[in-house]
Every structure is written in C-alpha cells, then in structure tokens.
Design a protein around this ligand. Structure first.
Ligand SMILES: C[S@@+](CC[C@H](N)C(=O)[O-])C[C@H]1O[C@@H](n2cnc3c(N)ncnc32)[C@H](O)[C@@H]1O
Length: 412
C-alpha cells in the first residue's frame, strides 16, 4: 500500500465541502439513535446528493484525479473489450451494449470507435450511471472523441423495462458499491457501525445474534475456521451483489454480462492472513486506509468477492447458491457463469498483441508509451493479476474469446 503521511491537506473550499457532508452524516447518525452501519456511511460518503465523492464536482479519474482505471491507461483495453462485444454482436440479432458506471466516458468512446472501424456498431450504446456529474463528463468526452457516434448513445436512469439483448459491461463498478464491515473475535461476530464522538467518526463493534441478516451473511462466507479466535479478524462484504445480479438477470433476455474489477475468489479474500480486510481509500494517487479522512473528498473502495458474484448468478438459475460444476452450467432462465480469468489472460484472449502490433505499425514513434501501457494493463505486478474478469451469459453457448487463453472457473 502506497501511503504518504501526512496526506496532502485539501484546500479550504474542499474542507468546507467535507464539513457539510460530515454534518449530514452526523444528522443521520443522530436520527438512527447514535450510530449507522458502515454501509450507510460509505453510501453517504460516496453518493449523498450534491455532496458525496462520486456526485460532487471534484475530478476523480485520470492523472489529475485520485486514481487511474484501465480504460484511462490505454484505448487498447477498451478495444479488447470491444473485440469481446463483437463476438456477441455478430452472433445475436439486434444486440446492443449497456455500460454501468461509465466514469469519464473514455471506455464508451473507445469501444464505439473500435466497433465503427470493424463495421460492427450496435444501434444503441446505453449508459447507466448514478452520478449526474459524471454523466455530464461522459457527454463531454463523447462529444469531443466521437461526435458523429453520439446518436447511438442514450443515458438511462434505470435498467430498461423492455428485455435487453446484447452485452452489459461494468468496469470497476462493483468495487464502488457500499459494503458492510464486520469483526470476528473469540467466536463472536460483530457488526462494525459508525458513531461520532468528540468531533470524530469512530467505529464501534455491535454484537449481533444469529438471526441478524449480517450474521447470516458472514456465516455464509465459509471462513477457514483455523483463524485464531484471539485475533480481531476484520473484513467486509458487499450486500448489494445478489439484488444487482438478479436485476441484471431480469433485464437480460440474451447475451453477456462482463464484469471487470479487482478482487479474489472467496478462499483468497477471506484468507486467515487477510485480517484487516481489503477496504482502501484513494486520494491524489495515494492509497491509505483512513476511511473517515475528509468524507466526500476521497474514494473508498473494497475488493470484489468473485465467488459471491458467481453464487448470485447461480441463484438466478438454481435454488442452491453453491458454486459447483452443475450450477456453473446454469439454466435457460438464469445466468450461466461462462468464464473467470485474470485481466492479463482476458486481454490476451481478446487479441491485445495484435492490437498492439497494429498500433505500433501505424505509429512507430509511440513504441515506448504503447509498450508501457501494455505492461500496466497486463503485468502481474500491475493490473494483470489483481484485476479479474467474470462472464455471465444467458442463451449464449459459444466459448467466449476472452477466456480462451485461461479460465479459472474451477477456483471460484
Ligand atoms: C471507479 S469508477 C469506474 C469508472 C469507469 N467504469 C472506469 O473504469 O473508468 C465507478 C463508476 O461507477 C458508478 N457507479 C457506482 N455505483 C453505481 C451503480 N449502482 N449503478 C451505476 N453506476 C454506478 C460511479 O458513478 C462511477 O462512474
């Protein structure tokens, strides 16, 4: 973790903005009798209207922001994703694309330009984002990069009511969803809640009994019971995954859901040695773990439990949530887990090398930056292994190109 201490002090305006959000959170804490769940705190810190990190005016993505995502590293990433889309668009009639959480709009622009070059443009490219501020930025990016393709783009405020056919994409969206925090100590599970005491936010541990939904959720995480019971084992889980995947299933008639994010399989995520969980904060390209530092001015994010995603997909098709070979096969009414791999292997399967060579041939003077981009996207020490890709399909049986180099479904 790249921590610089002390973190750079925000400007007076930024601090005043954070104070307003802090006051709102305090009102909420008071309203709930002295504490709120961490999920509630994170929801407000990131999405409170006009104040939260993702919905207020600060630049977040790219060099001048707080963090860089793969589409911001290189158009080669989005071109690979577009190649995966082409496989679906060529096979399914009237296939469209729907992107969740499109950030700055860079991936949408690069995908559309690549599909146009390949003469494979869908009629519609839908974008669904919770952030009004980012929607405005997406419009600006697309107007600058590909104004002639704007008629293909529609911004949605909810999932389409009509059945959707095609590809649903989400890059780094699951990690931006609010999580519940918990702690296990001496065979007891505690929900970690947020209170405000002596002018500071504070985490408090609240005992929960076995009927509490959080206890049930934690119990399902199948911990290695060899965890030392004296250890204060702290972690988190995303309670939104099941509903979100169910909604995607209800909306998708035929096609592919492609989710890309940093994360682990469950046994890696809840490993005995990962005793402090995975929750981190980003501020001006520094990573730290003080999630109470100036709410609204920094990103707060947790890794994704991909086994949970696979279970949620299997639930749409089966009554059992276990991940096993039979459930991976899925059913006609639900989602099938059709691939799980590292970002590096996915990009290889989608033709990264050919895209790189093609670009190099056109622009030999860009050899160094292009090679650097490929390294960042695919080296194990950069984004190559930490980021994973999971594919959920419905009524689509062909092997997906993105998982042709390597498929780790058996590890889920
Ligand atoms: C970490 S950014 C990733 C942006 C972009 N996908 C990229 O890779 O550059 C998270 C994005 O997801 C959006 N977001 C978060 N939760 C969402 C949800 N439930 N539905 C739609 N968008 C969401 C945020 O507004 C933001 O645009």
């Amino acid at each position: 973790m790249k921590i610089k201490k002390p973190l750079p002090q925000p400007s007076t305006d930024a601090r005043q903005h954070s104070e307003k959000l802090t006051e709102r959170i305090c009102e909420e804490i008071k309203h709930h009798g002295g504490s709120i769940s961490f999920r509630h705190y994170m929801e407000m810190a990131l999405y409170e209207p006009a104040l939260g990190y993702y919905v207020a005016g600060k630049r977040k993505l790219g060099k001048g922001g707080d963090f860089i995502t793969a589409p911001e590293v290189s158009p080669l990433f989005s071109q690979c994703v577009a190649n995966q889309c082409i496989q679906i668009i060529e096979k399914i009639q009237h296939a469209d694309i729907l992107e969740f959480g499109a950030g700055s709009g860079t991936m949408a622009a690069d995908i559309l330009l690549h599909l146009e070059a390949k003469e494979c443009l869908p009629d519609h490219y839908y974008i669904l984002d919770v952030s009004p501020e980012l929607k405005a930025l997406q419009k600006e990016t697309l107007s600058q990069s590909c104004p002639h393709l704007l008629p293909h783009v529609t911004w949605l405020s909810a999932l389409p009511e009509q059945p959707f056919t095609g590809v649903i994409l989400a890059n780094e969206v699951l990690d931006a969803m609010p999580v519940e925090l918990f702690m296990m100590h001496q065979h007891q599970t505690y929900q970690q809640r947020v209170s405000f005491e002596e002018g500071k936010f504070k985490l408090i541990n609240q005992s929960i009994n076995e009927t509490n939904p959080i206890h049930k959720a934690v119990d399902r995480l199948a911990f290695d019971r060899s965890i030392d019971s004296e250890l204060k084992y702290q972690s988190e889980f995303n309670p939104n995954i099941d509903d979100w995947i169910q909604q995607l299933n209800d909306c998708l008639e035929q096609g592919l859901v492609l989710l890309i994010d940093y994360g682990y399989t469950r046994s890696e995520y809840y490993h005995p040695e990962r005793e402090a969980g995975t929750l981190i904060c980003h501020y001006q390209h520094l990573v730290h773990n003080d999630f109470f530092w100036f709410p609204g001015l920094q990103d707060i994010t947790a890794n994704v439990d991909f086994t949970h995603v696979a279970e949620a997909a299997n639930k749409t098709a089966n009554s059992t949530a276990d991940v096993n070979e039979e459930s991976i096969a899925g059913s006609a009414n639900g989602l099938t887990v059709s691939g799980f791999t590292s970002q590096a292997a996915f990009l290889t399967g989608c033709g990264l090398e050919a895209l790189f060579i093609n670009k190099l041939t056109q622009h030999p003077e860009q050899q160094y930056p292009l090679a650097q981009q490929v390294r960042t996207l695919s080296l194990p020490s950069e984004m190559g292994e930490r980021f994973k890709v999971i594919a959920l399909t419905k009524a689509f049986d062909d092997d997906l190109i993105g998982f042709s180099a390597m498929d780790f479904r058996h590890k889920l």
